[in-house]
Design a protein around this ligand. Structure first.
Ligand code: BES
Ligand code: MN
Ligand code: ZN
Length: 493
């Protein structure tokens, strides 16, 4: 897909389709005004006739309109001026892209960047348009034999009243973020019998080769040497060997001080001996979406090459029951030396992450963010709208909250008060791996906090946002937009 930014003259630009927004009420967007002038008042007369009145998400396709060299115009309603929200704007882009592909159009000119939208600037809109169009190209094919539908769209020009280096950069970023999200979605969507820890390891190497990112993979023996008894206690019940995957993206002019991303990569979570009920258990193939978001970020970084160092550490394993599997009541020793009583083998994500966090210390990171589909409780608390966010450094948390807000990929902070630590006390080890029914997302973070004492740390619980269920079942690619927004702002664009 080729996406560029230009100050277009609507009458003279040749394209399969102009995409122009229409407000509800009498106000016209600047492009709609230009269109009306170029077509000798055709647009206004059409609006008067009432075939389209600008209601949000209305569309109308027009052919061979006199006064233009383009073949078509797709009018799209964006509601009342200034009422539009960021999410509605993004949905408009998706809707339009779907429509263009439906008509098998190859190229289009988007004029949606002149829609008025609170708290956003031109660059933001261009980034979202570029990201939305690219996101909409993703299709899952791998295990579906008769699914050959390919999107038709090849070239898009985004109209910008002011064409600048900044607006071009915004389009590039949007595209790179969406390309990263596609990696995340694909890995998430792949079934557990294909996307195993070893598969993740080989995909990591592929990304490493493609973008010149250093990738190393530790096997179980090497993890034993490092005394990662907690992570390995999860893979004991599985015939697929666990892997610790490490990305080192070095974009800064000087070495050191990286941001570290730590991903939960449970390629299938049956619950282990504390086995889960059958309903929707298939969705536990998505339990590696935190890891997949690290892969997605690496893909985006590889494309954009920002001047910053970023480490990715992924703990990859299956969680299955077996004669050798860890049992409730077993006590394991983590790499940090702290002991853990495993009261529930289904609270396995934290067991994987704690050793991955300790391993990350060696990079002397300036900030560590772990990303995990960690608790069902987070889905109950926040639903599908936002990721849970907790940590030990308010400045880092604030940066991530802002990044999420700016990227329309929101997170919401939950408290990590000391009192909650009581809930994970154990009579037989330094801590238990569960803290009872109350505040499940918080006690999970309490557990992790004990392995994050040596750095600034934040935890993103993405259990609610990483995938959709039902008819649109599939990985979403979140929170790649949030993470990229944060990393790019740290890199100082
Ligand atoms: N991967 C699950 C969390 C999860 C469940 C995410 C459902 C999305 C939807 C995690 O490993 C898990 O099983 N957590 C348990 C923890 C409990 C045993 C303390 C949970 O949330 O039920
Ligand atoms: Mn589990
Ligand atoms: Zn899990």
């Amino acid at each position: 897909m080729k996406i560029s930014v230009k100050n277009l003259e609507i009458a003279k630009h040749k394209t399969d389709c102009h995409v122009v927004a229409i407000y509800q009420g009498n106000k016209l967007t600047d492009s709609a005004k230009q269109l009306d002038i170029a077509t000798n008042g055709y647009l206004k007369s059409l609006l008067k006739r009432g075939d389209i009145d600008g209601k949000l998400n209305q569309t109308l396709l027009l052919h061979d309109v006199e006064g233009l060299v383009a073949k078509r115009i797709l009018l799209v309603g964006c509601g009342k001026a200034k009422d539009l929200t960021a999410n509605q704007f993004r949905n408009l882009v998706t809707l339009v892209s779907t429509e263009l592909n439906k008509y098998k159009l190859k190229d289009a000119a988007f004029y949606l960047s002149d829609i008025e939208l609170k708290d956003t600037d031109l660059a933001w809109k261009i980034k979202q348009i570029s990201q939305g169009i690219t996101q909409n190209l993703y299709r899952y094919h791998k295990t579906v034999s008769k699914n050959n539908e390919k999107p038709s769209l090849r070239r898009v020009v985004i109209h910008a009243q002011k064409e600048s280096a900044q607006s071009n950069k915004a389009a590039k970023i949007g595209q790179a973020v969406a390309n990263g999200m596609a990696v995340t979605r694909e890995l998430g969507n792949l079934p557990g019998n294909i996307c195993t820890p070893s598969y993740l390891a080989s995909e990591a190497k592929k990304i490493g080769r493609q973008y010149g990112i250093k990738v190393s993979v530790l096997n179980e023996k090497q993890m034993e040497t490092l005394k990662m008894g907690s992570l390995l206690s999860v893979s004991r019940g599985s015939r697929q060997p666990a892997k610790l995957i490490v990305f080192e993206y070095k974009g800064a002019t000087k070495p050191g001080n990286p941001i570290a991303l730590v991903g939960k990569g449970v390629t299938f979570d049956s619950g282990g001996i504390s086995i889960k009920p059958g309903a929707a258990m298939d969705e536990m193939k998505f339990d590696m979406c935190g890891a997949a978001s690290v892969f997605g970020v690496m893909r985006s970084l590889g494309e954009l090459k920002p001047k910053i160092n970023v480490i990715g550490v992924v703990g990859a394993t299956e969680n299955l029951p077996d004669g050798l599997a860890t049992k409730p009541g077993d006590v394991v020793t983590s790499m940090s030396g702290q002991t853990i009583e495993v009261l529930n083998t289904d609270a396995e994500g934290r067991l994987v992450l704690c050793d991955a966090l300790t391993y990350t210390e060696k990079f002397k990171p300036k900030a560590v963010i772990d990303i995990a589909t960690l608790t069902g409780a987070c889905v109950i608390a926040l639903g599908k709208q936002g990721a849970g966010l907790l940590g030990n450094d308010q400045k880092l948390i604030d940066k991530l909250l802002t990044a999420g807000q700016n990227a329309a990929d929101r997170a919401w902070q939950l408290p990590l008060w000391d009192e909650y630590q009581e809930q994970i006390k154990s009579n037989f080890a330094d801590m238990a791996n569960i803290g009872g029914r109350e505040a499940g997302t918080i006690t999970a973070a309490c557990f992790l906090s004990r392995f994050a004492k040596k750095f600034k740390w934040a935890h993103l619980d993405i259990a609610g946002v990483a995938w959709e269920s039902g008819a649109n079942k599939g990985a979403t690619g979140r929170p790649v937009p949030l993470l990229m927004e944060y990393i790019l702002s740290e890199a100082g664009r």
